[in-house]
Design a protein around this ligand. Structure first.
Ligand code: ATP
Ligand code: MG
Length: 447
């Protein structure tokens, strides 16, 4: 096992010197074997938290979760979690340094882990310890439960969404029995609090394998977000769509860059289509107002999932705007920038592009052409430092006050009128011209 950081080796050695067993374990071993940089390194050990506190008395150590058997040691500036061997939530009581019980303790600890690829350990002394075939499953790119999948998913339903998240983020398939049990257990996900599910959902959505995960396991998404269930198989206008609402949704998720907020927006962007559907005389379905209705439903979903504020603020706004025609002229684009700012404008372009890509080819090509023109205009405006907010004006509040406008809301009104005039190309963003225009406004008392 190459390339284990010094900090982890230091911890393992120090525990070994004090006669405890210790291994790097779990996700970090999986990631290292895949050549990925692990998010965090975990060590499991025969030492109890109290013993670990003594072993690392000279190091910085945080008693993170003494009750759960975990302490965090800061080794070489890096926080490493050290957890006592566990067998189904209980500490091991046999900590004799003879080989048999040591392997026994470790194997019990590995046995309670969710998937074979997450159930491997390593130490400099023992090398890789892989009792459940994790290495083989890694090379076959396969997610498989440790033990009986039906039992494992029932024990802890979070494993359902974790399994799908690993499948999506690693691009792995899910072994048949594991897949079947995962489906059987999916509806129990509704019992979990949103804050536990949401990070896993984001990981799933941001993965390279998101399309397969969503198409093969729609019941998992429906358990978390039942509002999406009516979209499954829901027919759309055949002139612009080749897919039902759910397939279109999934294609749009896969088409948007793997930014969690954008992926989540695409997942929910058409959530209100089924309930806003009406047919015209020819029987063609229309979805008037689905953007606004969708924004409201999305807000309620995000609230229920206890998502961080940034998602609750931005996702419904993007959904409400997703059918807005993008301006491809400078004036219109400056107006959009003034209304929503550059960050949201870029996000809206990404959303509209992904939405367009998931349309029928003819509808798609026209839409993408417009989006590209809009994007070019936006880029040029931002590059030239174009004026689209009051703070870009070459005239400030102080100077307007010095023209004789009393301090207070009237200054803000002058600035807003100046900005409107600049955006509409009535005047240039030039100090003297702005002063002259401001004086006219004041004289004609348009305030
Ligand atoms: P990530 O790369 O997202 O950190 P990870 O596999 O390291 O993935 P963690 O949540 O950090 O996930 O958990 C560390 C290890 O703990 C896992 O690799 C797995 O062995 C075990 N584990 C975590 N959650 C569960 C669970 N719900 N059931 C069983 N084992 C789990
Ligand atoms: Mg981890």
């Amino acid at each position: 096992m190459p390339d284990v950081p010094e900090s982890v080796l230091y911890i393992i050695e120090k525990l070994n010197k004090a006669n405890f067993q210790a291994f790097a374990v779990g996700g970090c071993i999986r990631d290292r074997m895949l050549g990925i940089d692990p998010k965090d390194w975990d060590v499991c050990s025969s030492a109890t938290p109290e013993e670990a506190l003594r072993v690392f008395a000279d190091d910085r150590i945080i008693p993170t979760g003494i009750k759960h058997g975990t302490v965090t040691v800061i080794a070489r500036g890096e926080p490493i979690e050290v957890t006592t061997f566990r067998t189904d939530g209980e500490y091991s009581d046999s900590r004799h340094p003879d080989k048999v019980s040591f392997i026994g303790d470790l194997i019990s600890d590995l046995k309670r882990r969710d998937f074979t690829i997450n159930a491997m350990a390593w130490s400099p002394e023992s090398g890789l310890i892989d009792p459940f075939g994790g290495k083989e499953d890694l090379s076959e790119r396969c997610i498989r439960c440790v033990g009986d999948p039906e039992i494992r998913f029932r024990e802890d339903v979070l494993r359902v969404i974790r399994g799908l998240r690993f499948s999506s983020s690693l691009g792995f398939s899910i072994e048949e029995n594991t897949a079947q049990a995962l489906r059987n257990a999916a509806e129990m996900l509704a019992l979990l609090p949103g804050e536990r599910i949401f990070p896993e959902l984001l990981g799933l959505l941001s993965g390279a394998g998101v399309k397969r995960a969503l198409l093969d396991f729609p019941e998992v998404i429906a358990a978390i977000i039942p509002e999406l269930r009516p979209a499954f198989g829901f027919r759309q206008n055949a002139a612009t769509h080749i897919w039902d609402v759910w397939r279109h949704t999934v294609e749009s998720v896969a088409a948007v860059p793997p930014d969690p907020l954008l992926r989540l927006t695409m997942l929910l962007h058409d959530v209100a289509k089924p309930e806003t559907c009406s047919a015209d005389q020819a029987g063609t379905p229309h979805f008037y107002g689905h953007q606004q209705a969708g924004a409201q439903i999305a807000a309620a979903i995000l609230e229920r999932l206890r998502t961080p504020g940034v998602y609750r603020d931005t996702v419904p706004r993007l959904i409400a705007m997703h059918n807005k025609l993008l301006p491809d002229d400078q004036k219109g684009m400056r107006r959009l920038l003034a209304d929503i700012g550059p960050g949201l404008t870029w996000q809206l372009i990404a959303v509209k592009r992904a939405d367009a890509q998931a349309h029928a080819p003819k509808a798609r090509d026209d839409r993408i052409e417009l989006i590209e023109r809009a994007q070019a205009v936006l880029k040029a405006l931002l590059e030239e430092g174009s004026c689209f907010s009051v703070k870009d004006l070459k005239l400030g509040g102080e100077e307007i006050a010095s023209l004789g406008v009393p301090k207070g809301p009237r200054i803000g009104r002058v600035l807003k009128l100046l900005l409107d005039a600049v955006i509409d190309e009535q005047i240039e963003n030039d100090r003297d011209k702005l002063v002259k225009y401001a004086q006219e406004l004041i004289n004609t008392d348009q305030l």
